[in-house]
Write a protein that binds this ligand. Structure first.
Ligand SMILES: CC(C)(COP(=O)(O)OP(=O)(O)OC[C@H]1O[C@@H](n2cnc3c(N)ncnc32)[C@H](O)[C@@H]1OP(=O)(O)O)[C@@H](O)C(=O)NCCC(=O)NCCS
Length: 154
């Protein structure tokens, strides 16, 4: 981890985290803005992790497993503006990828706003490549999505 040393740990996203996660997402307009019910862990096969210290939540990630296809979709990822470039996003992504490998899912895919150069650079740094473009995919504001994917090696 680069820069200042912070005592952070990763844990599974729990119901108790949801209000902090929603607040953090609000501070990151590029992240998907979900309602608490959309964050509910009981629905479907959404899995999530958070990173933080005892008081502050630095970031979170949420993924959905599409088991029959052996795929994992990265649904949401955000690190609070004050906590970026310290390796927290990488820790979260690597946690999700390790879970994916442990479950022998082979492919991870995601959509990202075409203008979100920061996230695109981040995903490329982690080995993702652009696999397609979905014109006019997002609303508020309207924008196309790039699809990115990563094939996991065993
Ligand atoms: C994308 C995001 C999660 C990255 O989190 P982070 O904790 O800052 O990422 P890391 O510190 O682990 O960065 C790892 C590497 O990714 C790349 N990277 C991260 N931010 C970058 C930026 N702003 N510009 C260029 N490269 C960047 C770098 O290679 C970086 O390594 P380095 O710091 O040693 O150069 C964070 O910027 C964020 O929350 N953005 C807003 C929400 C968002 O866009 N989510 C994605 C929606 S699809």
């Amino acid at each position: 981890m680069s820069g200042q040393t912070l005592a952070a740990n990763v844990r599974t996203l729990a119901t108790v985290d949801l209000s902090k996660v929603q607040l953090l997402a609000k501070s990151c307009p590029e992240a998907a803005q979900w309602t608490p019910s959309e964050f509910e862990l009981s629905i479907g096969d959404v899995r999530g992790w958070v990173i933080g210290d005892t008081q502050i939540l630095f970031g979170f990630i949420a993924v959905r497993v599409i088991a029959p296809a052996g795929e994992m979709e990265l649904l949401n990822l955000a690190v609070g503006p004050n906590w970026r470039r310290k390796g927290f996003g990488s820790v979260l992504l690597n946690t999700a990828l390790a879970d994916c490998r442990a479950n022998t899912y082979e492919t991870v895919f995601l959509e990202v706003r075409e203008s979100n150069e920061r996230a695109i650079a981040f995903y490329k740094r982690h080995g993702f490549s652009i696999s397609g473009r979905r014109p006019n995919y997002y609303r508020n504001p309207d924008e196309s999505a790039l699809t990115m994917s990563l094939r996991l090696t065993k």
